[in-house]
Write a protein that binds this ligand. Structure first.
Ligand SMILES: *Cc1c(COP(=O)(O)O)cnc(C)c1O
Length: 454
C-alpha cells in the first residue's frame, strides 16, 4: 500500500526558520488610516492620552511608521513553545468535496490555549513587565483572550484580572478554570466592582453582558491603578502587528509547498487573526508578486464590515475609550447570543476597516448553521474540530471550493484555522441536536444602535 504516494499534507518550519520580525502594513498602504480621536476634545490623541492604559513600547508600536518591528528574544523564546505553527493541505476535505481546488489551512490551535491569541498576549505581557507594570486587566468574550493573557502573565510574573462576559462566564466554566489555573482572577461582567458595571446592572440586573461592557470595566480598573495597565486582544494596530507572524510563516510554508494562494479567507471579530494572516500576503500583492483575493468572513448576526457604518465610534459601551474610525454597528449594539462568541464585537479593527474602504479586501457575512455544517464536515475529514469562529472561514472556503467544482478552476485557497473547539463543544451539541437557529438582524435594530453613534 502506498497511501498518498508521497504527496505532502503538512508543511512544517524548523524553529530556526521562525520569523524574527513582525510586519507593519501601514507604510505600504496608498493612504494612512485616520487617527483615533480624544473622546472629549475630538482632536487626534497623543501618546500621553494612552499612557494610563498601555506601556510606552506598545503605544510606540501603535503608531510606528517602521515596516518591520523586531520580536524581542524573550518573546521568541515563549513563541517556541508552539511556533512555528503548521500549514496543512486539506487533501481529505478536497476529496470529500470533489473539488479541483487545492485547500490549505494555517492552524493556530497548537498554542497553549488553542487559538492565535497568545501571539499578542505574550508580547503585551512582556512589554508591560519590562516597564514595571505589575497587574494587567482585560475583558474576555468567548474566554480565548482571557486564557491567553492569563498564560502570558504567568510567563512574565504579572497578576491578571479578567472581566468575562456574563453569558460566557455561566456557559463556559472550563475557560474560567483554565484562566484560574494560569493564576488569573476572573469576574463575571457586568460586575458590582466598577461604575460601568453597576450602571448596567441598575438598569438591567439580569444583564448577560457584552464585550463592550466588559471592556469598560477592565479599562476603568486599569485607569484607576498606576501599577496596572489594560490589555486588548484584538482591534488595535499593535495587536494586528503581533499576529503577522502567522502570515509570515505561511508565506515561507507556501514556498515549501511550491504553491501560491489565489484566495485567502479568514473570520473577523475584531480583525486580528485575519489581519495577521493576510497582511504579509497583502504586502506581496501590493508589490506585484502575487494577486490573491483577500476575503473577511463575519457572522450575519454581527456584520460590522458588511452592514456597519464607517464612522468614529467608541471601542466600549460606557464611552471610556478613544474614538476609533471603524466599521461599527454602534457601541451599544448587543448581538444575538450566537455561538461564535469571539465574533460578537460591535466594531472592526480601524486598520482593517480602512483597508476595506481602500478596496484591498472583500467581506461576506454567513449564518451560523452553514458555518457549523462546514465545521462538522471539516472535523470528519481533517480530524480537527474547529472553534466556532473559524467555521465562518471554512464555510466561505467550502463555498469557494464548490464554485471551483462547477467551473473546473484549480484555485488555491488558504484559510485561517485560528483555533480548535475543545472547550466549545456545547456549540456543536446545539448544532447536532437541531437546536441551533439562524437569525436575521433586522434593519430597525441596526438603525437604533447606529443612531446612537457619537
Ligand atoms: C478571539 C477569536 C477570534 C476573533 O478575533 P479576531 O481578532 O477577529 O481574530 C476568532 N477566532 C478565535 C479562535 C478567537 O479566539
Amino acid at each position: 500500500m502506498t497511501g498518498t504516494g508521497g504527496a505532502r499534507t503538512k508543511y512544517l518550519l524548523d524553529e530556526s526558520e521562525m520569523p524574527t520580525t513582525w510586519y507593519n502594513v501601514i507604510p505600504d498602504l496608498p493612504e494612512a488610516p485616520p487617527p483615533p480621536l480624544h473622546p472629549g476634545t475630538r482632536e487626534p490623541i497623543g501618546p500621553d492620552d494612552l499612557a494610563p492604559l498601555f506601556p510606552q513600547a506598545l503605544i510606540a508600536q501603535e503608531v510606528t511608521g517602521d515596516r518591520y518591528v523586531d520580536i524581542p528574544g524573550e518573546v521568541l523564546d515563549v513563541y517556541r513553545l508552539w511556533r512555528p505553527s503548521p500549514l496543512y493541505r486539506a487533501r481529505r476535505l478536497e476529496k470529500a468535496l470533489g473539488t479541483p481546488a487545492r485547500i490549505y489551512y494555517k492552524y493556530e490551535g497548537v498554542s497553549p490555549v488553542g487559538s492565535h491569541k497568545p501571539n499578542t498576549a505574550v508580547p503585551q505581557a512582556f512589554y508591560n513587565a519590562e516597564e514595571g507594570v505589575t497587574r494587567l486587566t482585560t475583558e474576555t468574550g468567548a474566554g480565548q483572550w482571557g486564557s491567553a493573557l492569563a498564560f502570558a502573565c504567568a510567563t512574565f510574573g504579572l497578576e491578571c484580572e479578567v472581566w468575562q462576559v456574563r453569558a460566557s462566564y455561566d456557559q463556559k466554566p472550563y475557560r474560567k478554570l483554565m484562566m484560574e489555573t494560569f493564576g488569573a482572577t476572573v469576574h463575571p461582567s457586568p460586575s458590582e466592582l466598577t461604575d460601568s458595571g453597576r450602571a448596567v446592572l441598575t438598569v438591567d440586573p439580569g444583564s448577560t453582558g457584552s464585550l463592550g461592557i466588559a471592556i469598560s470595566e477592565a479599562v476603568e480598573m486599569a485607569a484607576a491603578d498606576p501599577e496596572a495597565r489594560y490589555a486588548l486582544g484584538s482591534v488595535l494596530n499593535h495587536v494586528l502587528l503581533h499576529q503577522t507572524i502567522i502570515g509570515e510563516e505561511a508565506l515561507k510554508q507556501f514556498e515549501l509547498a511550491g504553491d501560491t494562494p489565489d484566495v485567502v479567507v479568514g473570520c473577523t471579530g475584531g480583525g486580528s487573526n485575519f489581519g495577521g494572516l493576510v497582511f504579509p500576503f497583502l504586502r506581496e500583492k501590493l508589490a506585484g508578486r502575487m494577486s490573491p483575493v483577500l476575503r473577511a468572513v463575519e457572522p450575519a448576526a454581527c456584520p460590522s464590515l458588511t452592514r456597519g457604518r464607517y464612522a468614529y465610534d467608541f471601542g466600549d459601551t460606557a464611552g471610556l475609550t478613544p474614538l476609533l474610525k471603524m466599521h461599527t454597528l454602534g457601541h451599544d449594539f448587543i448581538p444575538d447570543p450566537i455561538h461564535a462568541g469571539g465574533l460578537r464585537y460591535h466594531g472592526m479593527s480601524p486598520l482593517l476597516s480602512h483597508i476595506y474602504e481602500l478596496g484591498l479586501i472583500e467581506a461576506e457575512a454567513v449564518q451560523q448553521k452553514e458555518c457549523f455544517a462546514a465545521g462538522v464536515r471539516f472535523a470528519r475529514t481533517e480530524g480537527i474540530i474547529p472553534a466556532p469562529e473559524p467555521t465562518h472561514a471554512l464555510a466561505a472556503c467550502i463555498q469557494e471550493a464548490l464554485r471551483c467544482k462547477e467551473s473546473g478552476e484549480e484555485k488555491v485557497i488558504l484559510t485561517a484555522l485560528c483555533g480548535h473547539a475543545h472547550l466549545d463543544l456545547p456549540a456543536y451539541d446545539a448544532y447536532l441536536s437541531g437546536k441551533m437557529s439562524d437569525n436575521e438582524l433586522p434593519d430597525a435594530a441596526l438603525a437604533a444602535s447606529l443612531g446612537a453613534l457619537p
